[in-house]
Structures are given as structure tokens and as C-alpha cells.
Design a protein around this ligand. Structure first.
Ligand code: AMP
Length: 426
């Protein structure tokens, strides 16, 4: 099915053609007709599915169609609330791209930067506002933003809002919206609290559920390297010497780890930048832009900082640390293989992380192939070996390194200690 089958207006069709979009993604196929039909929508989908265009295209169309009946001065008629600054900027960029022939204007507001630039743009008049909750409430209190004319409201990544403690802010914002409006609610997961919140926002919603994990993960070449903790940095440098790695997003568990890895890589003359919650918004944005423009080859990020980062054509995701939550692994590697493109995900696993790897294999219902042919192969034996590994045979050199020259057989299984449970801090 192509975009022609969906009843989109010319200016939008034109923008899509210029972007090279030919066919709608599953969520676009299902959600766009519902939204064009002016129905509320409960969408269970996450970033990477084409969700942004699924709501942005019909919103642009509604606003464009009613343009003539609108007062001369632009008023905010569509509001998109999203949890992070990065997501807000990406959504704003999408509206700009898809709406470039519609004459509609969008503004993005988020915290962590001075408000003057944002308020200046608001005062010029705006049709579509994309906002994070805190800054939105701030600007509403100062009367820079008035929501009386909202016709379309989108709550994006609702579950993340809950995780980040924004739920009360969201409720406050909703209380200021006109009762007569069309509402769209998106969440990657639907825990009870989110379902409760959705009920307070939506009226007789149509439901669309898209589970991108399996197909996305399927398209990604995954591999794992067993390595001792002290050798991880050397292995990373070794891997990044491969020029076929055009761009790599490297994940670490902590902010400190992200800084450290970036420093080590730069010392090895591999151009890397780090993003995490401790950096200023401007520094984060700059690092992200440089990475998107391929000026920086490697971006080292923590999970929260990388959430929602959308980089077309990202060739590699590298897990410097194995996440203890299997879903985090799926989110991380989903940064590559976007919109049907392939990609590669490499995981560096030390002895203590093997239990996490086991959980991940269980969740994705497959055993990530192990690469054994590398110079930093862990001296600790690899148990739970998959039936198919990338390289089945262990070289003589590796055997010598692993078991020593006198060892005739594999040593008995060691106890790798208790499972440390960490949280994904940022
Ligand atoms: P999203 O889930 O909105 O973050 O979108 C993920 C990525 O898919 C973005 O880079 C979009 O530019 C891209 N994308 C969205 N819809 C399409 C489409 N129909 N065809 C090709 N790429 C798309």
C-alpha cells in the first residue's frame, strides 16, 4: 500500500515524496485514517515505528483544511506533549519537514535553556506547539501560552512521562485543555496507571497496537564478544578500527562511564563525544547534531540520554555494558535498523554480565551469536554456548590463552558471584 491510498492533501504528499517516503509504516497505515476521521486514538507504539508521522500528517491536514476559518493571527491549535527535550526537537523537526508546503508553523519549547528565544517565537504566532511538560506549565503560568483554542492534543510516550515523574504536570496541562478536542495518546507499554490516565483523556478511542520489537530486532545483525572487564576498552578500540563501522552509538550504564569511554576513544584518536543528563542541553544538542551530520563518528550515551534519539542510517549500536533489563537491550539496539534498514548491534559481555545476557537471549527468543575470534577473548570459559555461534571452532591460540598450555580439558564451571542489580541511572 502506498501513501496515495491514504487521503492526504497535496502539500503533504509532496513533502513525503521529497523525503523519499513511499509506503506508510504499519502504524501510519492504521492510525492516519482514524485521526483523519476525527476520532480519539489510543496508540501502543514506540519511537522507531514511524509514530511521529502517524500523528503529524493528519494533524497538519486538519489544521490546513480549517486554515481559512481561523482568525488572522495564528493561535495554537495543536499541542504535542512529550517527555524529553530530544524527542520534542525531533517531533518539531518532523512537523517542519512534513508541513513545509502547508504554511503552518510550529514551535518547540523545552526546559534547560533560557526561555527568551522560545517566547519570542511564541509571540510571533504559532499553529502547532511541541512541548515538554515543565516548560509548558512555566510558560502557561506566564501567559505566553494559552490553550483555549486547542483542537488536537497528543500525549506522547505516556509511560515515560510516568517513569520520569511528570504525571501530575500532565494532569495539570490536561485540565487546561478545552473539553471539545481530538486527543491522541501514545505509549510503548500500557501499565494500569497509564490505562487509567488514558481513560481520563480519551473519548471512545480507536485502538492501534504496534509491536515493533520482533521485526526490528530481526533485521539487526547481533553479536556478542566475551571479554574481561579491564579488556573492554581495548576491545572497543580494536572494533572501532574497522572502517566499516561508519557511525556507532555506544551505550554505557552510567554518566561517569560515558565520559570515560569517550575520553579513552579520543586518546586512541577515535573521534567520540558523550551525552548524558549532566551535560547542558546545548552541549547535548551540539553533540547529537555533530553525530547526525557524521562529524563525530562515535557517540557514547547513557540510556536515558539516548531515549528517543532518532538517527537515520546509524550503522552500529555497541553495548559497552550489558543492560540488566532485557527490554533496555531491545530499545538500545532499536536505534539502528530504523524504518526497515539493517544495522548491527555488538555487545561486550564480561563475566559478571553473563546472567543479563542469558535474560536477553530468553527475551528475544534467540541466542545472540558469539564472536570468538578476537584478540581479547575472555579467559573465563563461555558457558551456555549457543548451538550456532558465529565461529564454531575455537582457534588453538584462543584455547591456549583460555586454558593454558597444560590444560587438557575445560576447567570446571566457576561461580561468577551473585548478580549485581543496578539501575539505569542518568
Ligand atoms: P519515528 O518512529 O516517528 O521516530 O520514526 C522513525 C524513523 O522512520 C524516522 O527517521 C522517520 O523519518 C522514518 N519514517 C517514518 N515514516 C516513514 C515512512 N513511511 N517511510 C520511510 N521512513 C519513515
Amino acid at each position: 500500500m502506498s501513501f496515495d491510498k491514504i487521503n492526504l492533501i497535496r502539500p503533504i504528499q509532496k513533502a513525503l515524496a521529497e523525503e523519499g517516503y513511499k509506503n506508510p509504516t504499519p502504524i501510519q497505515k492504521r492510525a492516519i485514517p482514524i485521526i483523519l476521521d476525527k476520532k480519539d486514538l489510543l496508540g501502543c507504539a514506540q519511537t522507531g515505528t514511524g509514530k511521529t508521522a502517524a500523528f503529524a500528517l493528519p494533524i497538519l491536514q486538519h489544521l490546513y483544511n480549517e486554515k481559512s476559518s481561523v482568525p488572522k493571527r495564528r493561535v495554537i491549535r495543536a499541542l504535542i506533549v512529550t517527555p524529553t527535550r530530544e524527542l520534542a526537537i525531533q517531533i518539531g523537526d518532523s512537523f517542519k519537514t512534513y508541513g513545509k508546503h502547508t504554511g503552518l508553523k510550529n514551535v518547540v519549547v523545552f526546559g534547560g535553556v533560557k526561555q527568551k528565544l522560545q517566547t519570542d517565537r511564541l509571540l510571533e504566532g504559532v499553529d502547532i506547539l511541541v512541548a515538554t511538560p515543565g516548560r509548558l506549565l512555566d510558560l502557561m503560568e506566564q501567559n505566553y501560552i494559552i490553550l483555549n483554542h486547542i483542537k488536537l492534543f497528543v500525549l506522547d510516550e505516556a509511560d515515560r512521562m510516568l517513569d520520569m515523574g511528570f504525571i501530575n504536570d500532565v494532569k495539570k496541562i490536561i485540565s487546561k485543555l478545552p473539553a471539545k478536542r481530538q486527543s491522541l495518546f501514545f505509549s510503548a507499554t500500557m501499565p494500569p496507571e497509564i490505562i487509567k490516565l488514558a481513560r481520563t483523556i480519551l473519548v471512545k478511542p480507536a485502538k492501534v497496537e504496534i509491536t515493533p520489537e520482533q521485526p526490528t530486532v530481526e533485521a539487526i545483525r547481533q553479536s556478542v564478544y566475551h571479554v574481561s572487564k579491564p579488556d573492554k576498552k581495548n576491545l572497543l578500540i580494536h572494533l572501532l578500527k574497522d572502517p566499516s563501522i561508519e557511525s556507532a552509538l555506544v551505550f554505557t550504564r552510567t554518566k561517569h562511564g560515558a565520559n570515560n569511554v569517550a575520553r579513552i576513544l579520543n586518546r586512541a584518536k577515535i573521534h567520540a563525544d558523550a551525552i548524558h543528563g549532566n551535560k547542558s542541553q546545548n552541549a547535548r544538542q551540539k553533540a547529537l547534531n555533530n553525530f547526525k551530520l557524521k562529524e563525530t563518528r562515535v557517540l557514547v550515551a547513557t540510556d536515558i540520554a539516548a531515549r528517543g534519539i532518532d538517527i537515520d542510517e546509524l550503522s552500529h549500536v555497541i553495548n559497552y555494558d550489558i543492560p540488566n533489563i532485557p527490554e533496555t537491550y531491545v530499545h538500545r539496539i532499536g536505534r539502528t535498523g530504523r524504518a526497515g534498514l539493517g544495522g548491527a548491534a555488538i555487545s561486550l559481555c564480561d563475566g559478571e554480565e553473563r546472567a543479563y545476557l542469558k535474560d536477553i537471549n530468553k527475551m528475544i527468543s534467540k541466542t545472540i551469536p558469539i564472536v570468538e575470534d578476537h584478540p581479547y577473548i575472555s579467559a573465563e570459559p563461555v558457558f551456555d554456548k549457543p548451538k550456532q555461534s558465529v565461529k564454531k571452532t575455537v582457534s588453538k591460540k584462543t584455547k591456549l590463552k583460555r586454558y593454558g598450555s597444560s590444560a587438557k580439558s575445560k576447567p570446571k564451571r566457576k561461580n561468577y558471584g551473585s548478580r549485581n542489580v543496578w539501575t539505569n541511572r542518568d
